[in-house]
Structures are given as structure tokens and as C-alpha cells.
Write a protein that binds this ligand. Structure first.
Ligand code: DSN
Length: 440
């Protein structure tokens, strides 16, 4: 970045620092990934300078001859990849995309959204009371079963009782295959729209290692920056089934995005999405998706060997949720200690967590980013051993029972942990290990 280095050395230096951080750490956050240089070149292009409110060939601004082609290409690539008749590629990200879907399908303060409770792995925008989606619309939330798995019977009962207008399936912390067919039947039985939010697993659906929701859902939403490995952004798709239920659904979604919710689309983002979609059409991407799952399974097995308690007992996808209660280490403590050792994870609630979200009982990890860097099963075994070492190292750190004392404890813990010699020794090993797996 020669220009930036001279015009704004501060920002240039911070970007360099972040590049170094990413290179020297193992990113196990399941919703993150490393984009290709091609995606980043499109994202950093002159397309960021353009305004193009509206849709291709129907814009409120002049000068969109080129932008129209970019957006149409993104649309066509998505339609082909997912086998859907309609897509909107303009949502700025997943949250506005979900809100737009509810605006297109529900009457505020009247219709109900039915989604999974946040504490069980649902998303804020699946109708949680803390989110505008749970405030503008009525919502009813389902839970997982005691075994940490989706309880389809309970979902059906709840849907029959509550008659939601939209049922949301697709999650942020669910390590197992989702039975979209079953959800489709439930939605049909109560006349609801089925919205499949496949943000986490899109790349796996494209690679054919997770069933596609397209035959069963009316609407499919995905972010573009997780397993799909594109820029931040989102897409809303209407399936043939969705068109049959309401032929005007595409029009309603288009209007919900603009003028309903957004202004000008981010054309540089659209171009970068198109690039990611092209990359996702390749054979290499299929191999990539398969390897994500192989890696997650290898990581899960190795963790189980070390006595870790994985919710639902393992994984079928890219994600693993570790319940640390048997290890007597709080998730917040574990996440900070792991970061000190160069392993970046999420602290995360586990099903029926007795602890609050800020100090949850678990951590959430995943393999999409590590797999992009070329790490395989062998490397996953090594990573599991490091995770185990770190957790053993902080076993004596007890989060105070007294809620008032927790924040001060964590402040002290953070100052202590960055000086922990054993963790710093692991960080050194991790750095050397990472140097063999350059980020793109
Ligand atoms: N923030 C995303 C995740 O980490 O799962 C969901 O939007």
C-alpha cells in the first residue's frame, strides 16, 4: 500500500499490524475467513465512488452503465450457484437483510416471527427481544432439546400453537446438520414462510457437504463473508417454492431493501461478492468445503480425546461448541487465555447455560479460516493439543461468584495472563507454525 503509507502512515501501520496479527494467529472464529486478494482488489476499487440507488436499468442516478453489469453478474452467479430464480445482492449485511425479509412478509406489531433463542445459538435478528426484529414484530422463540439438538417435534407444536408468519431456521452456534425438509413441512402445515438463514454454512451448501434449503424454504438469506469467503455483505434469495407462495415476493423484498431500509448499494461490495461467487463455482471451492468439515471433525475428535465436552457430542459442519463446565474454566477466561497463546476463538453460551452471555460457559470454534490457509487434519490435532494446554494452564482461575467482582477480576486476569510464560511459549510455537500457512 505505497500510497497509503505516505498519505496516512497511521492507518497504513494499523493495517500492517492487523495483517501481522492475522498471519501470526490461528483464527478459529467460525464466522470469519480470509478473503482472496482478488476479492479485496474488487472491494478496494473505484466502484466505491458510485451512487446507484435502485436496481439494474432502473436507477435514480445517472452513470450506472458499468455498475448495472456488475450487479447483474453478481445476481446471475448467485442464481446459478444456488439454483434460485431471484436474488437481491444489495443488503449491506445479514442484519438488514433479515429485517428487510420481515418487512416484506410481515405486518409490524401483528405478525409473528419464530426463531431459535439467542442463548441456544439463534441470531439477534431472528426475533430476539433485544433486536428491532423482536420489537417491531411479535416473536416466539424455540429452544434446543436437552441433548443440544433441534427438537423438530417441539418446533412443530410451537408453530401450530403460535401460527407464526415466518419460521427461521439456520443458526450461529449449531454444530449439526439442519433438516430443512422437516422445517419446510412445519412451515407448510401452518402456512408460514420458511426463512433459511444459511449465513454460517453457505460455503458448505455450495460444496455439497450440507443439504441445501432451496427445495424447502421460501426465502434463503446468507451473509457473504463467512464460509462463502467473500466481502462483508448479504444476499436474499427467493426460491421456486417462495415464488409459488407469493409471486410478488421478489418485488416486496426489493422494495423492502430500497426504499424501505437502505439507500445506495455498495457497488464495490457487490463486485467483490461477484468475485467470491465466481471463486465458489470452482472445483477447488468444493474441495475447500469438504476439507472444512474434515478438519472440524478431526479437531472435534482430538478435543474429545482430551476430555472436552462438545455440545451435541461433536460436529457435522464447520463449527464446534465446547462446554467448559467439566473443565471448571469460564468461557471468557478461556477465550482471553487462548488469544494470549495465539488462538482466536469466541466465548459462547452453551445450551441451558447457567451463566450470563458476558461470562458464558463455553467457547465456539470453527475451521473455515484455518482451512483457507491450507491447514489439514494433522494440524487440527496439533491445535487441539494447544487448546488443551491453554485450558490446563488457566484451570486455577476462578471467576468470582459475586457478580459485582467479576469485572475487576477480569481486568487483573488480563494483566496477569499476558505475562504467563507458558502461554507465551505456546504463542511462539503458534507463530512458527503459522508461518508455514500464509494468509492469502
Ligand atoms: N456475528 C455472526 C457470528 O459470529 O456468528 C452472526 O452474525
Amino acid at each position: 500500500m505505497p500510497k497509503l503509507a505516505t498519505s496516512d502512515p497511521q492507518i497504513a501501520s494499523l493495517i500492517k499490524q492487523e495483517e501481522k496479527r492475522q498471519q501470526e494467529n490461528i483464527d478459529l472464529i467460525p464466522s470469519e475467513n480470509h478473503t482472496s486478494k482478488a476479492v479485496r482488489e474488487a472491494l478496494g476499487s473505484v466502484l466505491t465512488d458510485k451512487y446507484s440507488e435502485g436496481y439494474p436499468k432502473k436507477r435514480y442516478y445517472q452513470g450506472n452503465r458499468v455498475v448495472d453489469k456488475v450487479e447483474i453478474l453478481a445476481q446471475e452467479r448467485a442464481k446459478k450457484l444456488f439454483d434460485v430464480p431471484y436474488v437481491n445482492v444489495q443488503p449491506y449485511s445479514g442484519s438488514p437483510a433479515n429485517l428487510a425479509i420481515y418487512l416484506a412478509t410481515c405486518t409490524p406489531q401483528k405478525d409473528k416471527i419464530m426463531g431459535l433463542k439467542l442463548a441456544f445459538g439463534g441470531h439477534l435478528t431472528h426475533g430476539q427481544p433485544q433486536s428491532s426484529t423482536g420489537q417491531f414484530f411479535k416473536s416466539v422463540l424455540y429452544e434446543l432439546g436437552k441433548d443440544g439438538l433441534l427438537d423438530y417435534e417441539a418446533c412443530e407444536k410451537l408453530a401450530l400453537k403460535e401460527k407464526p408468519k415466518v419460521i427461521v431456521c439456520g443458526y450461529t452456534a449449531y454444530p449439526r446438520i439442519i433438516d430443512f425438509k422437516r422445517f419446510g413441512k412445519i412451515a407448510d402445515k401452518v402456512g408460514a414462510y420458511l426463512l433459511a438463514d444459511i449465513s454460517h454454512i453457505t460455503g458448505l451448501v455450495i460444496a455439497g457437504v450440507h443439504p441445501s434449503p432451496v427445495p424447502y424454504a421460501h426465502i434463503v438469506m446468507t451473509t457473504t463473508h463467512k464460509t462463502l469467503r467473500g466481502p462483508r455483505g448479504a444476499m436474499i434469495m427467493v426460491t421456486e417454492k417462495g415464488l409459488k407462495k407469493d409471486p410478488n415476493l421478489p418485488k416486496k423484498i426489493d422494495s423492502a431493501i430500497i426504499p424501505g431500509l437502505q439507500g445506495g448499494p455498495h457497488d464495490h461490495q457487490t463486485a467483490a461478492i461477484a468475485v467470491a461467487l465466481r471463486e465458489a463455482q470452482s472445483k477447488l471451492f468444493k474441495t475447500y468445503g469438504e476439507q472444512i468439515v474434515k478438519n472440524a471433525k478431526a479437531l472435534a475428535s482430538a478435543l474429545i480425546e482430551f476430555g472436552f465436552d462438545l455440545t451435541s457430542g461433536g460436529t457435522d459442519n464447520h463449527l464446534i461448541l465446547i462446554d467448559l463446565q467439566n473443565k471448571k474454566v469460564n468461557g471468557a477466561i478461556a477465550a482471553i487465555a487462548l488469544e494470549t497463546a495465539g488462538i482466536v476463538v469466541n466465548k459462547n453460551g452453551v445450551p441451558f447455560d447457567p451463566m450470563p452471555p458476558f461470562y458464558p460457559s463455553g467457547i465456539r470454534i470453527g475451521t473455515p479460516a484455518a482451512t483457507t490457509r491450507g491447514m489439514r487434519e494433522k494440524e487440527m490435532t496439533k491445535i487441539a493439543a494447544w487448546i488443551n494446554q491453554v485450558i490446563e494452564e488457566v484451570k486455577g482461575e476462578k471467576l468470582p461468584e459475586d457478580k459485582e467482582k467479576r469485572s475487576d477480576f477480569m481486568k487483573l486476569f488480563k494483566t496477569r495472563v499476558v505475562k504467563n510464560k507458558n502461554l507465551l511459549a505456546i504463542a511462539k510455537e503458534v507463530r512458527a507454525f503459522c508461518s508455514k500457512f500464509p494468509i492469502p
